[in-house]
Design a protein around this ligand. Sequence first.
Ligand SMILES: C[S@@+](CC[C@H](N)C(=O)[O-])C[C@H]1O[C@@H](n2cnc3c(N)ncnc32)[C@H](O)[C@@H]1O
Length: 201
Amino acid sequence: MTNNEESIKIDANRRGVPIIREESHKILQQLTEKINPKTILEIGTAVGYSGILMLSSAKDSSLITIEHDINKVEEANRNFKDAGFEDRATVVYGDCMEEVSMMVAGGKYDKYFDMVFLDGPKAQYINMLESLILMTKSGGYIIADNVLFRGYVQHKETMPRRFKTIVKRLEMLFETVKDHPDIESYELIEIEDGILVIKLK
Ligand SMILES: C[S@@+](CC[C@H](N)C(=O)[O-])C[C@H]1O[C@@H](n2cnc3c(N)ncnc32)[C@H](O)[C@@H]1O
């Protein structure tokens, strides 16, 4: 990790901006190095921390990343610039459901991405899955963070009622992935909040 990345992390943690956790960071780095994507889509930019990690881990990659909070979009753009990635990172300001639908409708991104990192609203993962599959190349990967949602997906008995919908939709994600005709394999990495790694046929 560079000094720049370290200072983004420290600052985000100090201000309570949610960014990828320590162990998940290592996993994402290893996966990106292994996949070596040219084209990456990220849902949930925050301040660009995971974006910088992925761009650093795959030297020839470019990133499109979607964020609906304008302050974070501006901060991410500054961080990408400071990291020297302004030419490789495009931050799209908007709601991910809408932006993803528009990308699919436009046709330009059909089977375009080698890797998708899903780190936005957890309840929408299942709703975006089909569109993301359409935009991911054959043999490409969709990686989803926080799929165990604070452990409540596996331990519903302790779950506060307000998380019922999120947990139900994450369960639907697992059910769909298990039996999807376009998915070759999937793996749940049970560290921190859980990472689901999906490989397409
Ligand atoms: C966990 S944070 C992303 C962290 C980032 N990937 C990292 O590790 O550095 C989730 C981000 O998704 C954004 N988000 C939440 N709902 C969204 C939506 N509907 N559309 C776009 N972005 C959304 C939040 O503002 C937040 O910045």
